[in-house]
Ligand binder design. Structure first.
Ligand SMILES: Nc1ncnc2c1ncn2[C@@H]1O[C@H](COP(=O)(O)OP(=O)(O)OP(=O)(O)O)[C@@H](O)[C@H]1O
Ligand SMILES: [Mg+2]
Length: 438
């Protein structure tokens, strides 16, 4: 049944009943009384309608679904439909507000900058990342022209050329930004900014690493190839020369192997897929084996001592062996014959400490800051003599990073160096807290 019929039929029926009532009244009490009764009933009907009209009017001033009257007659249907529409509106509005809040939060968390501008580049809105990248402040700069705020000739050229399908790489306030304008709606544009400073630095480090690694590998390979060419070209060699050549080739082969092993260790330590296996490290066992290695490397040329006065720690035995071993082998290799090396483990106020003190060649202050860089060696020729790859301290740095420990270096040329590894108090291991490292 149509809505019109649903409205008119009950209304007509109500009117008919009303008139019938008045007619019955007139039949019993006379025509005049019947007419008066009909008039009174019609006026009361009119009063009811006007009263609901008034209530509807008042409700429209403050349309809250909870305050909607129930109604009577046709008004019941009107009010219930209004109630449904109002509830739907309220639901939509809540959903919309929630979406807006979620959108705002997402925009706040976005690492990329988003700037909304009108068709003539006046700033309408931007997120915190855009404020950081472009040095904007939304409150202060809203309504200003973006080209007046981002003062860069490259950015101006980009706007003038209008080739927005290509992003622009922009050097802006010590940062490297990738920016792109995306037109949207008919009179709005979005400026998206991405901070590429870190990825650029990582790319450069990667390029340097590959260049250094190839350079380091090229030297021993050249030596080996040279000797092989001599052997092939001259046919039979003197047994003495042959032995000397083979010895040098073996040394260079060993050097390449050390280099590749160190590079693999470094890449493994850097990999997030290689989590640290934490175990109970018995420091005494570890340091005694490192002392034996140091004495073997020194071959009696140095006095190496060990003192232990500290607790056991949580960590990876294998990684700590590699880090401590590197520091101790450096002390042996960079200390002249007759020098002393002190290896120690103690409990300091801020936590356990490992230290290696030598009376070696020492390091200049300007070189100390660069020691943990990959392939950095103060004296390349000396390091090469001792088969150094320059990756040792880079490995130490990564191992310590994984253990939440820090490295400090004190050194003075010709009087020796002290390398100290500081662990946090939290790394102390209670007996039986973890399985013991083998
Ligand atoms: N105890 C030390 N005394 C003096 N110089 C040191 C000492 N330890 C390190 N160095 C300097 O720091 C440089 C970097 O050390 P690192 O351990 O990273 O490389 P390496 O010893 O040359 O090679 P690797 O350890 O990879 O075999 C060394 O080449 C050396 O010049
Ligand atoms: Mg080393």
């Amino acid at each position: 049944m149509s809505a019109a019929l649903l409205f008119w039929i009950p209304a007509a029926l109500r009117l008919i009943f009303l008139l019938l009532g008045a007619a019955v009244f007139g039949f019993f009490f006379g025509l005049v009384s019947g007419l008066i009764a009909a008039l009174v009933l019609l006026i009361s009907q009119l009063g009811v309608q006007l009263s609901y009209l008034y209530q509807l009017n008042a409700w429209l001033d403050e349309p809250n679904s909870a305050k909607l009257p129930d109604g009577w007659g046709a008004w019941t249907d009107v009010f219930s439909r209004l109630y449904r529409t109002r509830r739907m509106d309220e639901k939509n509005q809540t959903e919309l507000t929630e979406w807006l809040a979620r959108f705002r939060q997402a925009m706040h968390l976005l690492p990329d900058g988003v700037v909304i501008m009108d068709d003539v580049l006046f700033l309408e809105w931007c997120n915190p990342a855009a404020e950081k990248h472009l040095g904007l402040t939304l409150e202060r700069d809203e309504g200003m022209r973006v080209t007046n705020l981002v003062r860069s000739p490259d950015f101006m050229d980009y706007i003038i050329l209008g080739r927005y399908e290509q992003p622009l790489t922009l050097s802006f306030k010590d940062r490297k930004l990738i920016v792109q304008i995306i037109p949207f709606e008919s009179r709005r544009q979005i400026l998206v900014t991405h901070d590429a400073t870190d990825s650029d630095r990582i790319d450069m480090m990667r390029r340097d690493f590959i260049a250094n690694a190839s350079h380091e590998l090229r030297t021993p390979l050249t030596v080996i190839n040279g000797f092989l060419e001599i052997a092939l070209g001259q046919g039979k060699l003197e047994p003495q020369t042959r032995t000397a050549h083979l010895k040098l080739m073996a040394e260079q082969g060993q050097r390449m192997q050390n280099l590749v092993e160190d590079m693999l260790t470094l890449s493994r330590l850097e990999s997030i897929d290689y989590p640290m296996r934490s175990e109970h490290v018995k420091v005494q066992v570890l340091l005694e084996s490192i002392l034996r290695e140091a004495n073997a490397l020194s071959g009696g040329r140095h006095t190496v001592t060990l003192e232990i006065d500290g607790p056991n720690i949580k960590g990876s035995m294998e990684e700590l062996r590699s880090a401590f071993g590197n520091l101790v082998s450096n002390a042996v290799r960079y200390t002249n014959d007759g020098g002393c090396i002190r290896i120690g483990w103690r409990m300091a106020a801020s936590g356990p400490q490992f230290f290696v003190q030598d009376t070696g060649i020492g390091i200049l202050p300007e070189n100390i800051v660069r020691l943990t860089e990959r392939f950095y060696r103060v004296d390349k020729s000396r390091s090469r003599e001792t088969q150094g790859t320059g990756l040792g301290l880079a490995i130490v740095k990564h191992v310590l990073l994984r253990h939440g420990a820090t490295l400090s270096i004190e050194s003075a040329p010709n009087s020796g160096s002290t390398f100290t590894v500081q662990f946090s108090s939290g790394s102390v291991c209670e007996p039986d807290a973890l399985p013991t490292a083998k």
